[in-house]
Every structure is written in structure tokens, then in C-alpha cells.
Design a binder for this molecule. Structure first.
Ligand code: ATP
Length: 253
């Protein structure tokens, strides 16, 4: 049986108000449980792509189908419901520094609670148990009551992964997740991200600057250049000459 399509972009264009084409007729599909690396020079359109998928920005035209539903067409409650399916991991971790690991992880459930419960920090016993279970997966349960600002970069990113798991996502978008980490810590975080695919069967799209990491972890590599999709191949077919081409002749930023 063919794997389910979790994400599909059809003729997606994003033209910024200044006329720059952030995305230029992008078409591709990602299947359940795939680990896809998105590569390209600075300015190629990687962030624009990620921001279009979770609707942080509105595309100019085209369809962005998440689990078959077009996220560009929904608003309000429906958009919140769709966003719950999409976990986000950022280069800067986006934790609340002055609060505990436990509270940061529980914040992953925010999309499931009413605003007042979130504001008061009222979480169910089940969710507290869940938080511990997710932290176990990234080997961080010992730091449950530690303040986030006392953690190293790698530990922060692991907590961010646990927070994302609380959402029960089908798709995780990791936007340069290891760009501010040293090589050894990067490997640990990449292993944790890879485990989302391996053990949780979550589809992962990761924007990477390092071609070495892309080749090591990805099932498939997508390459962008000047807002265009110029590369889309399974890792077994990836060859150095094609990949080098992705990095050549980009627009000046
Ligand atoms: N808000 C904006 N207004 C105008 N142009 C923008 C805006 N955001 C991005 N761009 C332009 O769109 C193009 C794609 O940018 P984007 O940030 O998506 O690239 P990127 O591949 O993520 O780069 P980086 O690796 O440096 O983050 C670039 O030419 C950029 O200057």
C-alpha cells in the first residue's frame, strides 16, 4: 500500500510586497514517516516555505495541503485545529526561559486548552504524566523542575522536541534546528529528531545548512534556489554534482 500523503504543495507562489518571489511555482509531496531535508543557499526560500506550510505567512496563490486539507483556506478554529497537527522546532528553541522544563513542555498542549486554563497554567494529571513520558524520550526527565535558562543549547532543543510531541503532531517542521549548536550536540539533536520518524512515525521536514547532516539523516532531499524547487530526490539517488548545482548561481541577497 502506498504511504499516505501528509503534505502536498500545488503551484505555490509567494510574492512579497516588494516584488521578490519568495516561492515560485512550488510542487511536491511528502509521505507519512518521511524525513525530508530542505537545503539551499541563504535567500533560496526555505523559511518562506516553512512559514507558508504552517500559515505564518499567506501565500499569494496555490494550495498547501496538510493531511489533504488546504491550510491556505482556513481561519479561526479550523486553522488552530490544523496547526495542532504541525509541530515547530526553531533554531532559537523558543522556550520560556524563566519557567521550568515541565511548564515549557506542557505549553505544547496549549492548542488543546481554553485560553483561561492556559493562562492559569491548569493542566490535567494525564498531561503532566504525558510531559514526563515525552521528556523520557529525549532523555531530559531528570531536568523536569529545572528552569529553562539553566539548560545548555542541546538540552533546550530536546525540551522543545518534547514540547512538540505534546501536540501529537503528524508533521514536524524543524527550521535550522542545529544551526546554533556545536557538531557533537547537533548530532544528538538530529538523532532525537530522527527518532520522531523512527519511533513515532511522524513526518519531519528539516531545513538544514549542513549538507553533511542532510546526507546522513534524510530519506529525501529537496533543494531550493531563487524560490524555485530545483532538486527533489530520494537519498539513494542523491549525487554530489546535482547537489552542488543547488548551491550555485543563487540570487544575491
Ligand atoms: N518579509 C519579506 N519581505 C520581502 N522579501 C522577503 C521577506 N522575507 C524574505 N524575503 C526575501 O525572499 C527570499 C527568500 O527568503 P527566505 O528567508 O525564505 O530564504 P532562506 O532560504 O530561508 O534564507 P536563510 O537561510 O538566510 O534563512 C529572499 O530573497 C528574501 O530576501
Amino acid at each position: 500500500m502506498a504511504a499516505k500523503t501528509v503534505l502536498e504543495l500545488k503551484h505555490v507562489n509567494k510574492v512579497y510586497p516588494n516584488g521578490v518571489k519568495g516561492l515560485d511555482d512550488i510542487n511536491f509531496a511528502v509521505h507519512e514517516g518521511e524525513f525530508v531535508a530542505v537545503v539551499g543557499l541563504s535567500g533560496a526560500g526555505k523559511s518562506t516555505l516553512f512559514n507558508s506550510i504552517n500559515r505564518m505567512i499567506d501565500v499569494t496563490d496555490g494550495q498547501v495541503l496538510v493531511d489533504g486539507e488546504d491550510i491556505t483556506k482556513v481561519n479561526g478554529k479550523q486553522l488552530r485545529r490544523m496547526r495542532r497537527k504541525i509541530g515547530m522546532i526553531f533554531q532559537s528553541f523558543n522556550l520560556v526561559d524563566r519557567t521550568t522544563v515541565q511548564k515549557n513542555v506542557l505549553a505544547g498542549r496549549t492548542g488543546y486548552y481554553s485560553t483561561w486554563k492556559t493562562l492559569l497554567g491548569i493542566y490535567s494529571k494525564e498531561d503532566k504524566q504525558q510531559a514526563v513520558a515525552q521528556l523520557e524520550k529525549v532523555n531530559m526527565v531528570k531536568k523536569l523542575y529545572r528552569r529553562a535558562d539553566q539548560l545548555s543549547g542541546g538540552q533546550k532543543q530536546r525540551v522543545a522536541i518534547a514540547r512538540t510531541l505534546m501536540q501529537n503532531p503528524t508533521l514536524v517542521l524543524a527550521d535550522e534546528p542545529v544551526a546554533s549548536l556545536d557538531p557533537k550536540t547537533s548530532k544528538g539533536v538530529m538523532d532525537d529528531l530522527y527518532n520522531l520518524k523512527k519511533h513515532e512515525h511522524i513526518t519531519v521536514l528539516v531545513n538544514l545548512h549542513s549538507m553533511e547532516l542532510a546526507l546522513k539523516y534524510a530519506d529525501r532531499i529537496i533543494g531550493l534556489r531563487d524560490g524555485k524547487l530545483v532538486y527533489n530526490k530520494p537519498i539513494a539517488e542523491a549525487n554530489e554534482a546535482d547537489l552542488r548545482d543547488v548551491y550555485e548561481h543563487g540570487r544575491d541577497n
